[in-house]
Design a protein around this ligand. Structure first.
Ligand code: ZN
Ligand code: ZN
Length: 100
């Protein structure tokens, strides 16, 4: 079974990617943010109001919550349970793999 694709909308920055929910776990705390899977733009939440700029010396996009790389082993694409925990379920679209 393939995990469903969870996203907010098409990326307003690059137009190609999808704004997807990325989570990281630090000290057993779940941090969530929105990450474009193409251009790596980062927002603090699915309203896409507040975009997080990357530190000039950073190679990877960073978690707004803890500052570590969103490509680190502590970070991953959120599953539905995690999206619910963040309280963002109403703000995302969920596409099951079959429809794709
Ligand atoms: Zn993008
Ligand atoms: Zn984090």
């Amino acid at each position: 079974m393939t995990a469903p694709l969870i996203y907010v909308e098409s990326c307003p920055v690059c137009g190609d990617g999808l704004c997807r929910i990325r989570v990281c776990i630090t000290d057993q705390r779940l941090n969530g943010c929105v990450l474009c899977d193409e251009c790596e733009a980062v927002w603090t939440d699915p309203s896409l109001q507040e975009r997080v700029s990357r530190k000039p010396d950073a190679d990877d996009p960073q978690c707004p919550g803890c500052g570590q790389s969103l490509w680190s082993k502590n970070a991953h694409w959120a599953n539905i349970g995690e999206v619910c925990l963040l309280g963002w379920y109403d703000r995302v679209r969920v596409v099951s793999a079959k429809e794709g």
